[in-house]
Design a binder for this molecule. Structure first.
Ligand code: GRF
Length: 194
C-alpha cells in the first residue's frame, strides 16, 4: 500500500516507519514525506533515504487552502493511506473527509486522556502511574478518532516530562509501524474480497 507521511519537525516516527519498510513482508511503502515546514529536519532525512519529499510553508495561508495543496501533493503521488507523524496542524474537515478513515495519527498519551499538547507534563501532574501512546484514525476533532493500538509505560518517581517523553517515544517507534502495517494489510485484504 502506498503511504504518505506528514511531518512538521524532527520526524523520528517517520524514520521508524521508513525503517519498517525494509522488512521483506512489509505491506506498505512510503512514497512521499510531506511537510508544512520546509525546515523540518525529517525532510532532509527522508531525502537522504531517496524518498520523495514535498514542503510548503503554511504561514499566511488559510487552513483549507493549505490542505488543498498538501492533498494535491499526496494524490499526485498516488498515496492510498496517510500517516501523520508529528504533524502539528489541525486538518480541515474537507481534507479529513476526502481520506475517509485512511488517515492515522500517533499521539503521546493513552487516549482518550490528554488530547492536545503537553501530554507528559499533564500525566505527571495528575499523579498517573502510567503513560503511553496511541495510534488512532483521524477524524475532524483533534486527537479524537477510534484508537487502533496503544502501548503503555510506567511513570517512575522523579520523572520529568522529558524523561517520560523519551520512554514513551521508544514505544511510539515500535507501535506506529506495527499499527500502520496492520491497517495497510486490512485495506489490502478488504480490496481482495471486494
Ligand atoms: C511524537 O511524540 C508524536 O507522538 C507527537 O509529536 C512527536 C513527534 O516526534 N505527535 P517526531 O517528529 O516523530 O520525532
Amino acid at each position: 500500500l502506498r503511504v504518505g507521511v506528514m511531518i512538521s519537525g524532527r520526524g523520528s516516527n517517520m524514520a521508524s516507519i521508513l525503517a519498517a519498510t525494509e522488512a521483506p513482508d512489509c505491506p506498505f511503502e512510503v512514497v512521499l514525506v510531506a511537510s508544512n515546514n520546509p525546515d523540518a529536519a525529517g525532510l532532509a532525512f527522508a531525502d537522504s533515504k531517496g524518498i520523495a519529499i514535498w514542503a510548503h510553508d503554511h504561514r499566511g495561508m488559510k487552513r483549507a487552502e493549505f490542505d488543498r495543496l498538501i492533498d494535491a501533493a499526496l494524490r499526485g503521488a498516488n498515496v492510498e493511506m496517510v500517516a501523520l507523524a508529528g504533524y502539528m496542524r489541525l486538518l480541515s474537515s474537507e481534507f479529513v473527509d476526502g481520506w475517509k478513515g485512511r488517515i492515522l495519527n500517533i499521539h503521546p498519551s493513552l487516549l482518550p486522556k490528554y488530547k492536545g499538547l503537553d501530554t507528559h507534563a499533564r500525566a505527571i501532574e495528575a499523579g498517573d502511574s502510567e503513560a503511553g501512546c496511541s495510534v488512532h484514525v483521524v477524524t475532524p476533532e483533534l486527537d479524537d478518532g477510534p484508537v487502533v493500538a496503544q502501548a503503555r509505560v510506567p511513570i517512575l518517581p522523579g520523572d520529568t516530562p522529558e524523561t517520560l517523553a523519551e520512554r514513551v517515544l521508544k514505544e511510539e517507534h515500535r507501535l506506529y509501524p506495527a499499527a500502520l502495517a496492520k491497517c495497510a494489510a486490512d485495506v489490502i485484504r478488504s480490496r481482495k474480497s471486494a
